[in-house]
Design a protein around this ligand. Structure first.
Ligand code: HAM
Length: 419
């Protein structure tokens, strides 16, 4: 038997249904904020992700890149932001000259080491807001993100930071390099590499972050100019005003290189308010559209992992309100009565009520057993007597009562049923 690809999962019911329920709820919330859905391709030209200024581990080491049959270098999208920004430019959505809010759901691919909450094929929901540099947009997205997780009853907290503008980031980078150079002997092999190529990524290290020298690493906030400092303070003030719980984490730099100014992540908290896991992250990225060959556009966005959200919900025994079993299960005692049974099946489905038929040729006893394991509220039983008289037996599996109904009384019963 051929097995599935490592790090990629089949979603067998009820997992498939959980996914739909979660998406449905998030889509509703996105629309409350006047965002419009965008669907972009799974494949992009590699340059969309492999840009000169993008040196993150994720883009360099984890993308699925290949040449197609026409010798084009393509990449299976590892994240949504760059593809959505490409689509914003290509579809000239900037002609609107106002704020453009785009949301999406999609499957993304990263060649990671699979573990709980880290897959090679995973799903995200996300939002990207184009064409405004205002910190009110940072607030709008952060507030929306906390609303989404709150609506699922999860206890979360926003962790945020400011990286400042391009100059601040450059200054900070060289400071970080200087600082970690002092601790070269204590760095893990990956961080030694990062020290040369991408020193900010050391701050993401899950190995070195527990070491003492790590805690005293320089803060990004010391390198902000007055403007960046002011906009960050204004944002924090508004978060306080709206009572959105947050924590300033002055070493949060995020895993992608397109960010500047505000960056944030959202963590799920334990009962004693320890961050257990990051559910999603985002921030401001004002240079990406230029890197993609367009005009400079101020943007702010967020993406959350759907599998991570579902894992968190499963742990709180969240009620997904999964679809009910078919309300009716129709059993015929003989092949001869099938036509009659099928017309009843159609009648029920015409009323938009879920029903199933005992298609499999098996004993009456196993047909009844199947109806019960399916958890149908009603069994409809058709034997010779019912067929001859054009009636049916309606058995209520909850009360264990049954009655014989004429076809027309059954139609009336359907009419009056609560869907
Ligand atoms: P990211 O932090 O790389 O950001 O991913 C966002 C979320 O996607 C993560 O917090 C996590 O929940 C989920 N995720 C990422 N990788 C995996 C994986 N291998 N397995 C399972 N879940 C995963 C971005 O992707 C940015 N595009 C976010 C953004 C939007 N920034 C601005 N706009």
């Amino acid at each position: 038997m051929i097995a599935k690809v490592k790090g990629m999962n089949d979603l067998v019911y009820p997992e498939s249904e959980k996914l739909n329920k979660v998406i449905e709820k998030i889509r509703f919330l996105f629309k409350l904020y006047n965002a419009r859905e965008i669907v972009t391709p799974l494949l992009e030209h590699s340059e969309v992700f492999h840009r000169e200024k993008e040196n993150s581990d994720m883009v360099i080491k984890e993308t699925y890149d290949f040449m197609d049959r026409g010798n084009r270098k393509l990449t299976i999208r590892p994240e949504g932001t760059a593809g959505v920004a490409r689509a914003y430019l290509e579809n000239k959505l900037y002609l609107d000259d106002d704020i453009v809010k785009l949301f999406y759901f999609g499957t993304f691919y990263r060649y990671e080491r699979p573990q709980k909450g880290r897959l090679r094929e995973f799903r995200q929901f996300g939002i990207e807001v184009f064409n405004s540099d205002s910190y009110l947009i940072d607030l709008e997205v952060i507030e929306l993100v906390s609303r989404i997780y709150n609506s699922f009853g999860l206890k979360t907290r926003i962790r945020l930071n400011s990286l400042g503008n391009e100059t601040s980031i450059l200054n900070y980078k060289s400071k970080i390099k200087e600082y970690f150079n002092l601790y070269k002997e204590s760095l893990c092999p990956d961080c030694l590499n990062r020290l040369e190529n991408n020193p900010l990524r050391i701050l993401d290290c899950k190995v070195d972050c527990h070491k003492d020298f790590f805690k005293n690493a320089p803060s990004t906030l010391k390198y902000l100019d007055l403007d960046s400092k002011k906009r960050f303070e204004e944002l924090l003030k508004l978060l306080d005003k709206l009572e959105i719980p947050y924590l300033v984490d002055d070493k949060l730099v995020r895993g992608l290189d397109y960010y500047s100014e505000t960056v944030f992540e959202i963590d799920i908290l334990s009962d004693n308010n320890d961050a257990i896991k990051t559910l999603g992250g985002g921030g401001r990225y004002n240079n990406l559209t230029k890197e993609l060959g367009g005009e400079n556009t101020s943007c702010f966005g967020f993406a959350g992992g759907i599998e991570r959200l579902i894992n968190a919900l499963d742990e709180t025994n969240y009620d997904y309100k999964l679809s009910d079993s078919p309300k009716f299960y129709i059993i015929t005692f003989d092949k001869e009565f099938e036509d009659y049974g099928l017309s009843i099946l159609k009648e029920i489905r015409d009323k938009n009520i879920a029903a199933e038929f005992s298609y499999k040729d098996r004993s009456i006893k196993s047909k009844v057993k199947k109806g019960i394991t399916l958890n149908s509220k009603y069994l409809i039983i058709i034997g010779k007597n019912e067929f001859d008289n054009q009636t049916l037996i309606l058995k209520d599996t909850v009360t264990s009562t049954q009655e014989e109904l004429s076809y027309s009384s059954f139609k009336e019963f359907l009419e009056n049923m609560e869907k």
